[in-house]
Write a protein that binds this ligand. Sequence first.
Ligand SMILES: Cc1cc2nc3c(=O)[nH]c(=O)nc-3n(C[C@H](O)[C@H](O)[C@H](O)COP(=O)(O)OP(=O)(O)OC[C@H]3O[C@@H](n4cnc5c(N)ncnc54)[C@H](O)[C@@H]3O)c2cc1C
Length: 474
Amino acid sequence: MLTTSRFHLRFWPVWVSVGAVLGLWIACKWFHQDWFDDGFKYVAKASSLSATTLMCWCLVLSARFRALEDLFGGLDKVYQVHKRLGKLLCLVLAPHPLFLAAHRLPDVSAYLGYFAPAATLQDRYALGKDLGLAALIALCALVALSLRLIMRYEAWKRLHGWLGPVFLLVMVHVHLVDADVARYAPLRVAFWGMLLAGAASWVYIRLLYERFGPRHAYAVESIETVGGAREITLRPLGRPLDFKASQFVYLVIRTPPIPPEPHPYSIASGYSPDGRFKLGIKEVGDHTRSLAHLAPGDRTDVYGPYGRFSEPFFNRGRDCVFIGGGIGITPFIGMWHVALHSEERLRPDGMDSQLKARHPELSSDWTAPRIALFYVCRTREEASFDDDIRAQAEQSPLGGLEQARQAGFDYVLHESQTHGRFGIPHMRDVLGDRFPGRLFFLCGPTPMMEALAARLLDEGVSPLDILIEDFNLV
Ligand SMILES: Cc1cc2nc3c(=O)[nH]c(=O)nc-3n(C[C@H](O)[C@H](O)[C@H](O)COP(=O)(O)OP(=O)(O)OC[C@H]3O[C@@H](n4cnc5c(N)ncnc54)[C@H](O)[C@@H]3O)c2cc1C
């Protein structure tokens, strides 16, 4: 499946760190006036330093650290950056051995001989070199397999776990070859700091996260199947989750035969004082199908919350257009709820400053932006959240959909079987001709989001105003 998160992907922290490592390396060489005679070595070393930095980032980005969500704009974006760096990694690393041996050219057999295993326990460098080559081959094989053209998700994930041991090989290689990293103290400290951060991230996400991650115990309160989606209401058993509208959680169910792997699902409800929330889940594969065995009363763990999709809705003060295709409606339900209940607010002077920073919408000095919510489904029967959207309007202080529309909150259920493929003309019916200046939030099947994003750009909407929630992390 294609992914659409290329919008707003932020790579700058990665490029800055690669630049800093390379800059530090050259500065150390300059300080010690320790230049190579063999010019090829500069390419080889730059390649290994850059690739190792990328590898550390890959591990750190896979650890679901919430601080990184702010830096990269949400966990889905974090994973997209991780994925792209993983692919780049092999290309950046490949020149390392190729250029280290380049001084042996044009003698091709001597050049190839460099790659033959030569390790002995006495020869530390040869051992390090062989381990490095083994790590490179394993890494390229894993990354190639991770492209996952044929593999099922679970098999892919198991395979992906081997990147940790490969990283360990890289660390041993760096330790044994005794190269520039060992020679210059500032580089040594920075580089080993990065390596240890990468290793610690792997240990955290693989071994510690399940127990020490942001875990909340919930019980299934009710399950309803509407329009092909399973709507699961969860009730907290302890400290409830402090989530923002549109965020998602990793759901873990340890009730056999449901596999206990964590799967991400958006919270498909607004806040409730008792901490209950709802998930809407569509069957697409093993895990979602196995949820047929879930029953009221079953215990679940939810990890999170994650995601920054709604930040611009809360903070930019601009008219918003929400387009949810099929099950992609789920992240919009919470924002719709917040907007419709914007009368019920706390006085800003009585609010705790941390609470206000995290939940600006709770303060009476926050004004909900105007919203046009488009729910795109094939048929009305498939529109599983249509009743929730209507009920929220009725239960809000506004009192119903018509009153909500008059207050600036439009809702359109678009049945594509009857009204054709959803596009600009359907939006124009509600928005008029004014597209630029609004924020467009999209979530749904990839082809739909790609097509809509392209049409919106044609209409003059800035790419920065198109926000995408990607259900396809891998
Ligand atoms: C931020 C986010 C929010 C989501 N919200 C919802 C939602 O509200 N409702 C809903 O029905 N679906 C949602 N999804 C999609 C949902 O996570 C997948 O459909 C589900 O995990 C599929 O699992 P499966 O075993 O049934 O299917 P599979 O056939 O195994 O997987 C189908 C696809 O889902 C993705 N996937 C599978 N397992 C995982 C996993 N553990 N972690 C990450 N991705 C995985 C992979 O891309 C895979 O190709 C969301 C996904 C993301 C990333």
